[in-house]
Design a protein around this ligand. Sequence first.
Ligand code: NAD
Ligand code: LMR
Length: 327
Amino acid sequence: MKPPVVVSVTGAAGQIGYALLFRIASGQLLGPDQPVILKLLEITPALDALGGVIMELHDCAFDLLADVQASDDAQVAFADTEVALLVGSRPRGPGMERKDLLEANAAIFSVQGRALDQVASRDVRVLVVGNPANTNCLIAQRNAPSLNPRQFTAMTRLDHNRAKAQLAEKVSTHVSRVTRLCIWGNHSATQYPDITNASVDGRAAGELVDAAWVSDTFIPSVQQRGAAIIKARGASSAASAANAAIEHMRDWLSGSGGEDVVSMGVCSDGSFDTEPGLIYSFPCHTTDCEWQIEQSWSIGEESRKRMMLTQAELIEERDAVRHLLPE
Ligand code: NAD
Ligand code: LMR
C-alpha cells in the first residue's frame, strides 16, 4: 500500500461536504490505490453533526480511508495537509449575489490562509469553493506568504461543466464531444462563458449555433445557473459543486491531458492583459500538480469587453477586502 495522502475539507458537515467526503474516501479524488487521511474542519456548533457524518464514513468501511479526524481548529485540521478543499462558509440565499457574502465569509479565509502557511505540507494544493470563491482564494493566498501563489486556486469548474452541458444540449450531442470552451474571470454573474475557441465533434462551435443564442441565452443562463438552482431547490448546488471540486483537484494533481482545457481560477500573471495578482478564471492545461494558462487563443473585441467587465468586478471585490490582504 502507498502511504496515505492527507486531505483537509472545511465545512465538512455542510451540504457540499456531505456530497464530497464519501467520494474522496472511495478513491474518486486520488485514485483506486491511494489511501487517504481525512482532516475535517467545522465550527464548534457543527461538530456534533460532523460526528454523525464521520459515523457514516466508518459505516462505509472504505478500504482506502486510513483515518478521519475532526477539529474546530484550522491549525489541527491543516496539519501536514497535502490537498485542502476550502468549502466552509455561508451560502447565499434567493435574491443575493455571491459578493454579498464577502463581509460574512472573507475573514474565514484570512485565518485559514495563515493556518495553511504555518502547518500545511510545503507542497499543498488548495482549492477554494466557498463564495465569493475568487476573492476568498485571493485572501487565503495573500495570508500564506511562505507558499507559492500557484498553490492556490478557486473553483470555476462547475460553471465550465454547466457551459459544456448547455452547449451539448443545444447541438444535440454528448458533453464529451465538446472541447476547448472556457470560463473567464469571476465565479459570479459577470463571468464570461466563452465558446469562441470551442469545438464540437471537431467542428467550430460558432458554426453550429447562432450569435444571438450565445449572447441572449447561453451566456446569461450559465451566469445565472447557480441562482436558478437556489430558486428551484431552496438551497445552493451541492452534488454538482462537489463533483466539480473533485474534477478540478483530480485534474490538477494528475493532469487533464490532451488538447482540451479546464477552467480554473488562478493567480493572474498578466496573461491576456488581465491584472496580475487577481484570482481570475482562465483556460488551463494541467500536468502532474501544475497548471499552465493556455496562451495561443486570439481574443476578439466582444470577448475582450466581457473579460474586462468581469475583471472590474474582481478589482472591486479585492479593494473591498484590502484590510485582509497583507502586502
Ligand atoms: P452549507 O451551509 O451547507 O455548509 C457550509 C458549512 O461550512 C457549514 O457546515 C458551516 O458550519 C461550515 N462553516 C462555516 N464557517 C466555517 C469555518 N470558519 N470553518 C469551517 N467550517 C465553517 O453550505 P454549502 O452548500 O456546503 O456551501 C458552502 C460554500 O460553497 C458556500 O459559500 C457556497 O456559496 C459555495 N459554493 C461554491 C460553488 C462554486 O462553484 N465555487 C458552488 C456551490 C457552492
Ligand atoms: C453555484 O454556482 O451554484 C454556487 O456558487 C452557489 C451560488 O451561490 O450560486
